[in-house]
Design a protein around this ligand. Structure first.
Ligand code: NAP
Length: 284
């Protein structure tokens, strides 16, 4: 079918986007529901972001996903922003409705759904999150909302401190701490969940691992890696070898996509169809 025969279009805005599995995932879900929608790749260098966002106002465009490096920069180009995205400070989904472009963040919901399907309940637990970028902000927000206590560890400690400060302004009762990576040695018995929200371990630098090489992972931990390419990161391989429960990044990827799909179409997609398509696109 030619693209003009589709009724509505959505796409992914990033730089680069050629490796994104979102087109495969969403197009499979559109097909499964019999929707004549199409999900496209919209590679967008920073200097073309304003023009790209202006293009979303076309009648047939229902919205977009936003990825690296535009999740923060896109905010100033939108007409409105959902409360959660404003608190997190990052937009990964734009909805075009009645001529208005509204920014949302579905990463935090995707993360919580992936924990839920893995059988981990963060409520009242102590959690350690490595990283302080856009994904970490969504994860720390999600955990804090459930009432979990969160310690954030980041290479650039000032960025972790800013994350904690920003979230505390919106969630005053949240128990949040900021540390440098060297403080990871203090993660012990009282911590139930360890999350890697850095890009360490991501293809092509698959040897990367945020956990210190000299330190064994405590066996009682549930270890979640947001990296999904590869699905079995060095951190998860070490976690499994140590006897930990391991959760890969596919669940979050699929559930954040399902929530974006629901925002655009008003319908819940087949999450299993999306998972199969994402796995196939990842070569799994
Ligand atoms: P980002 O905003 O660029 O943040 C990158 C983070 O990684 C920062 O905390 C950075 O520390 C840290 N980092 C990078 N290189 C490092 C190194 N060599 N040593 C130590 N720390 C390092 O990226 P993001 O958007 O948050 O994404 C982070 C990861 O999450 C990516 O792998 C992405 O694919 C994944 N992700 C997965 C999903 C999913 O659905 N599964 C969703 C979103 C993101 P500094 O602050 O010190 O630079």
């Amino acid at each position: 079918m030619k693209s003009e025969s589709y009724r509505r279009r959505v796409g992914i805005i990033g730089w680069p986007v050629e490796h994104s599995v979102s087109p495969a995932m969403h197009n499979a879900a559109f097909e499964a529901l019999g929707l004549r929608w199409r999900y496209e790749r919209w590679p967008t260098p920073p200097e073309e972001l304003a023009a790209r966002i202006a293009g979303l106002r076309a009648a047939e465009v229902a919205g977009a996903n936003v990825t690296v490096p535009h999740k923060q920069a896109v905010i100033s180009h939108l007409d409105g922003i959902a409360e959660e995205a404003r608190v997190i400070g990052a937009v990964n989904t734009i909805v075009h409705r009645d001529g208005r472009l509204v920014g949302h963040n579905t990463d935090w919901q995707g993360f919580l759904a992936s924990l839920r399907e893995a059988g981990f309940d963060p409520r009242g637990q102590r959690c350690a999150v490595i990283g302080a970028g856009g994904a970490a902000r969504a994860v720390v927000y999600a955990l804090a909302r459930t009432g979990a206590a969160v310690a954030v560890f980041n290479r650039t400690v000032e960025r972790a401190q800013r994350l904690v400060q920003d979230l505390k302004a919106h969630l005053p009762s949240a128990v949040l701490e900021a540390h440098g990576l060297d403080a990871l040695v203090t993660v012990g018995e009282e911590t139930a969940l360890l999350v890697n929200a850095t890009s360490l371990g991501m293809w092509p630098h698959v040897e990367g691992c945020p956990w210190p090489e000299s330190q064994p992972l405590p066996a009682h931990l549930t270890v979640c890696d947001l990296v999904y390419n590869p699905l079995e990161t060095r951190l998860l391989a070490r976690a499994r070898a140590a006897g930990c429960t391991a959760i890969d990044g596919l669940g979050m990827l699929v559930w954040q996509g399902a929530e974006a799909f629901r925002l655009w179409t008003g319908q819940m997609p087949s999450v299993e169809r999306m998972r199969e398509a994402a796995l196939a696109a990842l070569g799994g």
